[in-house]
Structure formats: C-alpha cells, structure tokens
Design a protein around this ligand. Structure first.
Ligand code: IPE
Ligand code: IPE
Ligand code: MG
Length: 253
C-alpha cells in the first residue's frame, strides 16, 4: 500500500467516498397515493428529502451532488402537476438560497430552463450568483434536463466553434465533447429511489462508468440511512474500468 508519487490515481483508490453522486429522485407520486393524497403532496414532502441529501453530501465530503428534479419528458404530465412543481421549485429556491450560501455550497441549474416561468428563472440566476464564489459542495439541479438534450447541445456548441474556425473536425475528441456538456464530471455513483431500474434519459454520457444503486424507498422517505447504505454499496465495488480484477489488485499494491 506504499505510495509512489508518480503513480497515477489507481482504480479503487477513489472508492472511499464517491466524488460525484447523482440521484434520480423518484417515487413522490406513489408516496402520496399510499396516503390517499394528491401527487403534489408527495413532491412537497420530497423537498425535505432534498434538504437531507444535500446536508448528508456536505457532511461526507462528496464533491458534487447532481439531483434530477424535472426531466424533459415531465412536461407530458397534467398541467396542474407541472405548474405545481414550478411553484414548489420557486418556493424552495427562495427559501433555501440563504442556507446554501451559509453552508459554502455552490449552486447551479442544468437543463433548458427557457420554458420555465420568469420568476423561477430569476430565482435560479440569483441563487447561482449568490453562491458562485463558494468552495464547498457543488450542488447541481437538473431541471428540464435530458441526457439527449445535453449531448445535442454539446454538438451544437462544437459545430458553432468549428464554423467560427476555433476548432477543426479532428479536434472533436471525447474530452472536447465532455467539456461542452452541461455536466462535465463523470458520475461515480448513481442512486435511484422508487425501485425502477432505468435511466429515464438522465446523464447518459456522464453515466458511462458509474456504479448504480437502486433503492425501493420512495423519495420522500429517503434519509441519511439510505444514503449511507448506497455509499457502503459503492465502497464494496471494484471499479475496473475495463481492466481485469487481477490488474486492479496489482495496481493497489
Ligand atoms: C419523481 O417522482 C419526481 C418528479 C418526476 C418530478 P414521481 O412524481 O415520478 O413519482 P412516481 O414515480 O409517480 O411515484
Ligand atoms: C425521472 O422520473 C425524472 C425525475 C426524477 C425528475 P420519472 O418518474 O419521470 O421517470 P419515468 O418516466 O418513470 O421513467
Ligand atoms: Mg416516477
């Protein structure tokens, strides 16, 4: 286990605490239905879980937490649910900005927010500005986000840059595509609550080598115990990145 300064980061070394955790916060509707309440009541209860998750991530030294709050497909939901979610989003933003600033959290929203109401967009801009200089947890909220949207947007950026003569066709590498995405960091651990085993068009490119933890717990019931179980699961994984287990073990010695 002796350290050699010239040894690059070894697969497995980073397995202690994941640098980037992404969460598909699913199950609010079912949680509400189980209680005979409207779906929006589940979303409201889910805000408390968001707070718990952020607090947990900060306390455990996770570098980035990316939360899926609203997908590009969620516009298909009933109009009352969509507008209720927008109101909730705006309410949570105005309530939480101070808390984010106080806790050294850097807040950012990714997704096409051009369709969002003006008050939500300005609340986002304000929160991003107020926390831009913070150096603690990077909190990223994916709102009207879709993995395919992200990749198509990156392609548009690259075409624009090529047209402007900044880059040539041969410059288009995986690194350059990554740098053009809304989320540029690979996900180490993906958590999905609500039990579904699917990606639902979340971070497609960035999930290429993530560990995946699915919990049957519904999002409003998500707490530090579930988060800790996910971290324990992650710690038990051998991240091989294409290598053999023997190679990974050797590189650890
Ligand atoms: C996830 O919970 C929250 C959003 C998509 C905004 P759902 O609303 O999808 O809850 P279920 O899956 O219907 O239980
Ligand atoms: C994924 O949940 C989106 C969010 C959690 C914001 P959905 O409930 O929309 O996913 P599907 O449609 O069941 O796959
Ligand atoms: Mg759902």
């Amino acid at each position: 286990m002796s350290g050699n300064l010239n040894t690059p980061i070894r697969p497995g070394d980073e397995a202690r605490v994941p640098g980037h955790v992404a969460i598909i916060m699913d199950g609010n509707g079912r949680w509400a239905r189980q209680r005979g309440q409207i779906r929006l009541a589940g979303h409201r209860a889910g805000v408390k879980s968001v707070r718990r998750a952020i607090e947990f991530a900060g306390r455990h030294g996770i570098g980035q937490l990316t939360l899926f709050a609203f997908s590009s497909e969620n516009w298909k939901r009933p109009e009352t649910e969509v507008s209720g979610l927008m109101e909730l989003f705006s309410w949570a933003l105005s309530n939480e900005t101070k808390h984010l600033a106080e806790n050294n959290i850097r807040f950012r929203v990714v997704g096409d927010i051009s369709r969002f109401p003006e008050n939500v967009r300005s609340a986002i801009a304000e929160a991003e500005k107020a926390t831009a200089g913070n150096t603690g947890l990077r909190l990223v909220i994916a709102a009207n986000y879709g993995g395919r949207w992200d990749i198509a947007s990156a392609a548009r950026i690259l075409v624009r840059r090529a047209r402007a003569g900044e880059i040539s066709e041969d410059d288009v590498s995986e690194d350059l595509v990554t740098a053009s995405l809304a989320v540029t960091d690979d996900v180490d651990l993906l958590i999905r609550t609500g039990g579904e085993r699917r990606i639902s068009n979340f971070l497609l490119w960035q999930l290429a080598y993530s560990e995946i933890y699915i919990s049957d717990v519904l999002w409003p019931d998500f707490d530090s115990k579930v988060f800790q179980t996910a971290l324990d699961y992650y710690r038990g994984r051998e991240r091989r990145f294409g290598r053999t287990s023997e190679q990974v073990q050797e590189r650890r010695l």
